[in-house]
Design a protein around this ligand. Structure first.
Ligand code: NAD
Ligand code: SER
Length: 317
């Protein structure tokens, strides 16, 4: 690796569900001018775009990324740009091109310029053969294209670390629940949509069945996990560097609907499973995060009740 260029941070895919929260958290921590938000699209009027420190950048364009990294003195990339599971199964070629191709662009840029990289993995790395509570180490046989791209990302993290010393870290995020931005084409989107529907329409048609149980996490926990992992000393990061299991909350779609009904008068939920049920059924119910606890001290703070209260309060403000 060549020497690190600077202390600034580049966030790819910054206008997505996680980027909306992560850019703010990074700006609070490192200063507003140090964090460059980027995305392949623009949302006109959005503060990230209007207030500057935003560049339009496709992660498939290595020359453009190289230019931004040198021009802005980037030292760390938070690589969030991706195509999620539900959209990815509709367009597997695009999913592979963006998720694998984009990660290669970022890693090659990191190798040339000595950058640190954060790039998320997902519970989608697990397939139907994984135990109900998925351990950190188990055969990874995902059935979705999206899951396969995430396994490739984890393998590349280890290869670039061993071969070139590129310090790339990642977390196998569970389904993330947040209020600042809509979810972006994933299978776990129902756990976000249901809150908006409850408050706006009093009713939600849920695209997975009531017994569907998945690992989930409130966004504040996910952002804290991300910052803590990136703050951890390099010698505390072990073989899980490409994708640490982190456990948050495990609930069924029915339990989530019940928790909202207890708080929103008259709310009703009908369960009408569609093609996304199959993707959800291929993932575990929960994950074992003992390795993340051991390596960098991870612990979750939000349970179901606290998350539901927070979501309803924030969306009602
Ligand atoms: P999202 O779909 O909300 O946002 C992704 C962003 O990437 C979008 O703004 C999109 O415009 C951008 N993008 C797409 N193609 C691009 C390209 N070629 N160049 C630059 N930008 C491009 O996704 P998210 O929920 O914010 O997820 C971010 C990361 O976290 C992804 O790697 C995803 O796999 C992972 N993850 C998310 C969840 C979750 O529940 N949100 C769970 C597990 C893992
Ligand atoms: N929440 C993501 C999805 O459903 C999991 O990575 O695609």
């Amino acid at each position: 690796m060549s020497g690190t260029l600077g202390d600034s941070i580049l966030v790819t895919g910054a206008l997505g569900q996680i980027g909306m929260d992560l850019v703010e958290a990074l700006r609070d921590k490192h200063g507003k001018d140090s964090v460059i938000a980027s995305d392949v699209r623009e949302i006109s009027g959005h503060p990230f775009v209007e207030e500057g420190r935003f560049v339009r950048l496709s992660v498939l364009d290595g020359d453009a990324m190289d230019f931004v990294v040198k021009d802005e003195g980037i030292g760390t990339v938070y690589h969030l740009a991706a195509i999620l599971s539900a959209t990815g199964e509709q367009n597997p070629e695009l999913c592979e091109r963006v998720n694998v191709g984009g990660t290669i662009t970022v890693l090659e840029t990191a190798r040339r310029h000595g950058l640190r990289v954060y790039a998320p993995s997902s519970i989608a790395v697990f397939g139907p053969d994984a135990p109900t509570t998925a351990p950190q180490v188990t055969p990874l046989n995902p059935t979705t294209t999206y899951g396969k791209t995430k396994v490739t990302g984890e393998v590349m993290a280890m290869n670039y670390w061993k071969q070139y010393g590129v310090d790339k870290r990642g977390i196998r995020y569970p389904g993330l629940v947040s209020w600042k931005s809509p979810a972006g084409g994933g299978t776990t989107d129902y756990a976000v949509e249901i809150f908006h529907a409850a408050l706006n329409e009093g009713h939600y048609d849920c695209f997975v069945g009531p017994e569907t149980r998945l690992p989930m996490m409130y966004m504040d926990d996910a952002i804290r996990a991300t910052l803590e992992l990136m703050d951890a000393p390099v010698d505390s990061i072990g073989d899980a560097r490409g994708g640490y299991n982190v456990s948050g909350i495990s609930f069924t779609a029915g339990e989530l609907a019940d928790a909202i009904s207890e708080r929103v008068d008259g709310f009703t939920c009908e369960f009408k499973p569609d093609h996304r049920q199959e993707y959800a059924d291929s993932w575990p119910d929960s994950v074992d995060d003992s390795v993340a606890k051991e390596d960098w001290g991870w612990h979750a703070e939000y349970n179901l009740d606290r998350m539901v209260d927070e979501m309803l309060n924030r969306l009602s403000d």
